[in-house]
Design a protein around this ligand. Structure first.
Ligand code: UDP
Ligand code: MG
Length: 142
């Protein structure tokens, strides 16, 4: 898969618990993304700390790690042209109060922490995050 053509996403525990998995995947599908890898899994505290390590100096870090390891998540690699920026547009602002109308976070987030979904912020992180969850044999570009 070429750099720029894919991004990594994770549907967060609250959204899964509230039954929003399929509705969110439907939005992703309507926006023209193809799923090339997918798994439902649960992060340990250690894995959540590692995944969010760039935020380990932030005041919200401990709560974020507890939240992200509190239940199952859906992890996926998505393919589309300009995937990273297109997907960030689709999910909207980190804080649902500032998220644009029609975005996934506007529709499904319940707070800035429990904001329904993750999206990579750069091509470099899309690769890093995809490799954090999937081996090369679990990614099926088509
Ligand atoms: N977060 C939080 N409080 C904040 C900012 C962020 O709990 O004040 C959480 C939220 O779940 C967010 C994640 O930390 O999605 C990562 O933050 P980032 O700034 O990278 O936002 P994102 O890239 O997810 O929009
Ligand atoms: Mg981020």
């Amino acid at each position: 898969m070429k750099t720029g053509e894919f991004t990594f996403t994770m549907i967060k525990p609250t959204a899964v618990r509230l039954g929003k998995l399929v509705p969110i995947l439907h939005e992703i599908n309507l926006a023209g993304f193809n799923v090339v890898a997918m798994k439902m899994t649960r992060l340990s505290r250690l894995q959540a700390e590692k995944f969010y390590e760039i935020h380990n100096d932030k005041p919200f870090f401990e709560d974020l790690v507890s939240f992200m390891s509190s239940g199952p998540v859906l992890a996926a690699v998505l393919r589309k042209e300009n995937a990273v920026s297109e997907f960030r547009k689709l999910i909207g602002n980190t804080n649902p109060q500032n998220a644009e109308e029609g975005t996934i976070r506007k529709k499904f987030a319940i707070s800035v922490q429990e904001n329904a979904i993750h999206g990579s912020d750069s091509d470099e992180n899309a690769l890093k995050e995809s490799c954090f969850f999937f081996s090369q044999f679990e990614i099926f570009p088509h």
